[in-house]
Write a protein that binds this ligand. Sequence first.
Ligand SMILES: [Zn+2]
Ligand SMILES: [Zn+2]
Length: 908
Amino acid sequence: MTTTTRSTPDETYAPYNPAETEAHWYDFWVKHDLFRPESHPNFGKRPPFVITMPPPNVTGGLHNGHALFVTLEDLMIRWHRMLGDPSLWVPGRDHAGIAGQLVVERDLKARGLDRHDLGREKFLDQMREWMESYGHIIHTQMRKLGASADWSRDMFTMDPHHVRAVRTAFVRLYDKGLIYRGHRITNWCKDCQTVLSDLEVENKEVQGQLTYIRYPIVEREDTWITVATTRPETVLGDVGVAVHPDDARYRDLVGLHVRIPHVNRIGVIVGDDAVDPEFGTGAVKITPAHDPTDFEIAQRHGLPAINVMNLDGTMNAEAGAYAGLTTLEARKRLVAELEENGQIVKQEAYIHSVGHCQRSGTVLEPLLSDQWYLAIRSLAEPAIDVVRDGRIRVIPERFAKVYFNWMENIRDWTISRQLWWGHRIPIYYCDAPGCSEQWASIDEPERCPKCGGRVFHQDPDVLDTWFSSGLWPFSTLGWPDDTADLRTFYPTSVMETGYDILFFWVARMIMFGLEFTDQPPFHTVYLNGLIRAHGGVKMSKVKGNVQDPLELIQEYGTDALRLALTIGITPGNDFTLSPSMLDARRDFVNKLWNIGRFVTSVTTAEDRRQALQPAAARGQKTPLVERWIASRLSVVTAEVTRLLGEYNFGEAGRIIHDFLWDEVADWYVEAFKILAREDQADGALLAQVYEKALRMLHPYAPYATEELWQRLTKGAADRPRALMIAAWPEAADARDPAAEAAWSDVMAVTRAARTLRSDYHIKSSNAVAASIAARTPDQAAFWRANADILGALPGARLKPIDVLDAPDGAPADLAARAIAAVAGGVELLVPAEGLFDVQTELGRVTQELAESNGQVARLVRQLASDFRHKAPAETVDRERERLAEQRARQQTLERRRATLARLSETSQ
Ligand SMILES: [Zn+2]
Ligand SMILES: [Zn+2]
């Protein structure tokens, strides 16, 4: 973080400068060690609140997805710290396996090298160097976002401690017999040069071709069996043909043999239930080494598996003359050859789903290979139970169903990767002659446990990166050692992350947490939505639509960005971060600043010394607006606290925002100015209300609130060192429903007066005389008592106000010459004479009405026509809404024209 020279908070309230304020207060919090749970006064007295930060991949800078999780987690941590819970947020970084290796390999490629030129050790050195420099950048960015994480506990997934945790976990699972070597079809990425787990495969619909190829039947002259395939090159690895055993077309062919084209291998025709008689011709080729279903069929019928591909995606020696060609070249050449031999029946267009590599986008080859697997069933069952019985709660709840569905159908996890970067599999093979020992070891072994030989080698593969991050909530706290941190802070509290890694990560942490610590690693999973770019598309580096949070911070300030990321969001729902939203939130921060300037300028030092006191209920004798605001503060505090407790950060944020902007700034501050003129305003109350609002807003907008709070409370007795460690406000018992209802009436009449002014184009600078027709003596008394404040509120400017006792309604002679509105239970009348020219207004409204009538007629015609069937549903809905709005406008204009027509008669 850049250090800034900054004078002590000045009292001048020059326009808010986010960059300066942010750097200053972040340094202040760090200097006073406020992010560490040990600094909290309740440390050791109350159970801690703990979040493990999802370690960002060290593959570049942060994007807005990171900004979102940092903001949400920081919000929870700051809120709990204020609630009185010693709070710990554990930061970290992930080595990112494939993704990490890819970036560095790309870097090498630009220099004309590849990793084999360097060799494993040198390449790993480069990786570490790269991770070092980027890891540093990521942390700087997180600090800019205001993250109050305990940086002293930072961990990297390749740190020696975490390496030991990973090896320990592996060895325990291996010794339990849960990790095994499997010979199966896997998803191979020829570009990443590694196998992938099913989760890392993106299935995409592609336009392909279905090729019908006929194979001669060996035992019967001139008899053929036709199969259909989307990958003709795999014919070279065929070992036979399968049909459904009940398929009458082929029943008598089962047991006979076919001659495989080009390679002239003899294959067998088998009957197998896995064949779908409806697909293609009902007969399918069997290529066990390149298709998972074929592999299973081959196993059932004792057929061999013949691999025809190299790991780089070219054909191998088994492909005969096509060895060395890429799969696509081999496909083309083979189809031409078959065509020549009359073995192609037909080719047709075919849309089918093809697996692609999530990282590189490469089409994956299903390939038979030897990999390490984790038998997952026994880990999945308890992980299902803890969510089902509520020991772990998933927010939003709908994702629990998704979780169950995946966990109940879980397949063994391919944990090995053919990469260099990552946690190398701790399996060792003895190379001593005559000894074939294979063993797993937590520490680097010195000799073979069986023969004592010193010549052995380690498995070349590394572990899937999610194997390592699955241990994160407890490895970061010291596991496998029994540390004080592990005892104090584990299990953690909330796991906050994107719903897109529910299976990759969250499910694995739950399984590993239960397996290795016998406890669920957290009690709540909060899944955030994803930020979409404009137009609702997913952000990606390839599309070039990634928003850089640092640029947004520079333009809008951190608080505005954090507010834009939180106000109005709902868990698990995607949203778009638009420039207009960022503008609005920046305006709000400026508004907050301006309120601060006002509060300091109108309150006395003594008022401000009382700012930390609760804004208690006001007696009946105090001005209505003060009883109202004290009551509203109490309601808002209770509501915000409840919503935060329910993880409804979007709605809680909206309520604090609206309270500050609408109720405090637009009404209370304006009324305060009026009361102050009569020397009736309570400055201490103003300071108290503002102080409580700053506290509530702090988790959302930490910087501006800290700065404003420090200015406001300077000199207050017993104030905490910083707002970030001040107590969360309690909802003072100040509810006053009568005051709330009464002030609502004042606001309603004020709004009615503003509407009259704008409807009839009455200049806002002119005060106008008005009457209020009260139906009851109580009403009349109330409006007489509040006439002064009502008349002075901005936009209304009613003076004098004549409150009439009018049990039967407004007097007819007044009504005949006034414009009027019903609001707040009374009638507001403004005599029209001299305020505007009736004929001009009448002309204007008649014209507007004609225009509105035309719009209504056009929309009615359009909606009655073919349009409503032809246009997209949303367009039709929009036009319907437009019609409803236009009809409402039409009615308002008609009423106004009637009023003007009446005024026109009385004035003549
Ligand atoms: Zn790939
Ligand atoms: Zn040995």
